[in-house]
Design a protein around this ligand. Structure first.
Ligand code: IPM
Ligand code: MG
Length: 368
């Protein structure tokens, strides 16, 4: 049987640095566990723009459609701030999400015990936290039409449209309910049904899908602003949160800080099953390109490494190997190994990006 295929798109800023550590981990699974991937690499974001004049070349898009999973680093940077909107680095990522139809974006926020003191919130509020935000990723205000900057009378008007169809809401709701069944069986749906019609429809459809197909799952609804407040007040009340594209963008950054560092958060963007039964999938750290620290060996590669663990779990059905990798990360943190973002008053063993990758490899070796 052919090896499963991976397309690596390291992208911009710290993307290539953190991805270099993931490549080491991929190499470890090959050498030590006999798990072999056919890995290819290509450009995305500003890196693609520099070469092709577009943040995602058509040939790269075509490759992404063919492989079993895409691993992405990060896109964007100040160098590209002045570019026309249509060729900004972020458009490359949005095109991948849209054309692969990756409607369900899983963003777990898990607080490792060793990092509970790093959060800006009190230890008792975050210690042991384990929640997942399921963000709708291919519709809503990110893609709705009409959109643009138009002239009306003697001034300009900027327009974006929040638009959701019933089927778009239903499919992401299903993925949240399915996930909850494998966890603590609780879903909280967030929208702004008090001010937005799309929010009213969202709430109705989530409730319908629940009543017809998932009555065993505990479902609650919350306005997204109250949800943001509750995430800071007592995040452990949640298990799975399901929400739209824009609210999910905001709430997942807030949730990230609960875990101590944005450098810790992985994500999986999943679509419909392909012919081989695997879902269309792209895995990426939530943190972005961090241009201020790029190229200095300071970046924390854990979010990207944990994104690869999610790939093992969700694309390749290798839950035990994903557990092995996550436990290796947990051990390294418990041992006090720290990139700069994780260095607190109590100190620790300071390491560079590659030092962190090496420590994870050592912990993987110790797991055998
Ligand atoms: C994210 C990012 C992206 C988004 C940007 C880079 C387009 O903030 O994945 O959360 O807004 O979706
Ligand atoms: Mg974001």
């Amino acid at each position: 049987m052919a090896n499963p295929s991976l397309l690596i798109l390291a992208g911009d800023g710290i993307g290539p640095e953190v991805m270099a550590e993931v490549k080491k981990i991929i190499g470890w699974f090959d050498a030590k566990r006999g798990i072999r991937f056919d890995v290819s690499e290509d450009l995305v974001g500003g890196a693609a723009y520099d070469v092709h004049g577009t943040p995602l070349h058509d040939s790269t898009m075509a490759k992404a459609q063919e492989v079993d999973a895409v691993l992405l680093g990060a896109v964007g940077g100040p160098k590209y701030d002045k570019l026309d909107f249509s060729v900004k680095p972020e458009r490359g990522l949005l095109r991948l999400r849209k054309e692969m139809d990756l409607f369900s974006n899983l963003r777990p926020a898990q607080c490792f015990d060793a990092l509970a003191d790093f959060s800006s919130l009190k230890r008792e509020v975050v210690a042991g936290l384990d929640i997942v935000i399921v963000r709708e990723l291919t519709s809503g205000v990110y893609f709705g039409e009409p959109r643009g900057i138009f002239t009306e009378g003697n001034e300009r008007v900027g327009i974006n449209t929040q638009r959701y169809t019933e089927s778009e809401i239903a499919r992401v709701a299903r993925s949240a309910f399915e996930l909850a069944r494998r966890r603590n069986n609780k879903v909280c749906s967030m929208e702004k049904a008090n001010v937005m019609e799309s929010g009213i429809l969202w709430r109705e459809v989530v409730q319908e899908v629940h009543d017809k197909e998932y009555p065993d799952v505990e479902l609650s609804h919350m306005y997204a602003d109250a949800g943001a407040m509750q995430l800071c007040r007592w995040p452990k009340q949640f298990d799975v949160i399901v929400t739209d594209n824009l609210f999910g963008d905001l709430l997942s950054d807030a949730a990230a800080m609960l875990t101590g560092s944005l450098g810790m958060l992985p994500s999986a963007s999943l679509g419909a099953p392909m012919a081989n039964g695997r879902p269309k999938a792209l895995y990426e750290p939530v943190h972005g390109s961090a241009p201020d620290i790029a190229g200095q060996g300071k970046a924390n590669p854990i979010a990207c490494i944990l994104s690869f663990a999610m790939a093992l779990r969700y694309s390749f059905d290798m839950g035990a190997e994903a557990d092995r990798l996550e436990k290796a990360v947990e051990k390294v943190l418990a041992d006090g190994v720290r990139t700069a973002d994780l260095m607190g008053p109590e100190g620790g063993v300071p390491v560079s990006t590659s030092g962190m990758g090496d420590a994870v490899i050592a912990a993987l070796d110790a797991s055998l």
